[in-house]
Ligand binder design. Sequence first.
Ligand code: COA
Length: 157
Amino acid sequence: MDEVTISAMTEADYDEVHALWLTIRGFGIRALDDSREDIARFIRRNPTTSVVARQGGRIVGSILCGSDGRQGALYHVCVARECRRRGIGTRMVSYCMQQLRQMGINRVALIAFTRNEVGNAFWKKIGWNEKSDVNYYTFELNDKNITRFIGEEHEHS
Ligand SMILES: CC(C)(COP(=O)(O)OP(=O)(O)OC[C@H]1O[C@@H](n2cnc3c(N)ncnc32)[C@H](O)[C@@H]1OP(=O)(O)O)[C@@H](O)C(=O)NCCC(=O)NCCS
């Protein structure tokens, strides 16, 4: 079996990473935030922190990772279904954390849907702390940024 390599995600990886996202059941893909233009903007702002895992030239995992200068954030952490449970997720998260540390960032956070059993098992196993004392607030600034949930029939905003 080909070796898995972990490297920084670049704008050129967008098509393949986007295609991978569309296979990940439960992912919410946003019309604007996950578009080619907005992902390119995210990567320009955070050129070293997002990651792809490749095997035999094919992208089998990825993480969007960035920082606002105070705290790091992970988005769309995923591994292709047939490549799971081989440590690729753990390796990608370690890569992101190492990059953030090198930038002087001291904490990293992410959101996992409470119903995501696999995701929550993963974060707990690799030592992340679940915060049960916070509420998560959002405010939509653009009503065109519709979220499409993969594997579900209806769209949510
Ligand atoms: C979560 C995800 C990225 C993990 O990727 P992965 O490459 O399979 O993870 P690893 O192989 O590094 O797993 C590390 C440990 O996490 C735990 N874990 C991973 N998947 C698990 C599962 N399905 N059930 C229970 N524990 C699991 C295990 O303890 C595992 O170690 P082990 O295989 O030695 O028992 C992958 O399952 C995925 O893409 N899921 C769908 C998208 C998603 O939910 N992303 C997270 C959003 S918050």
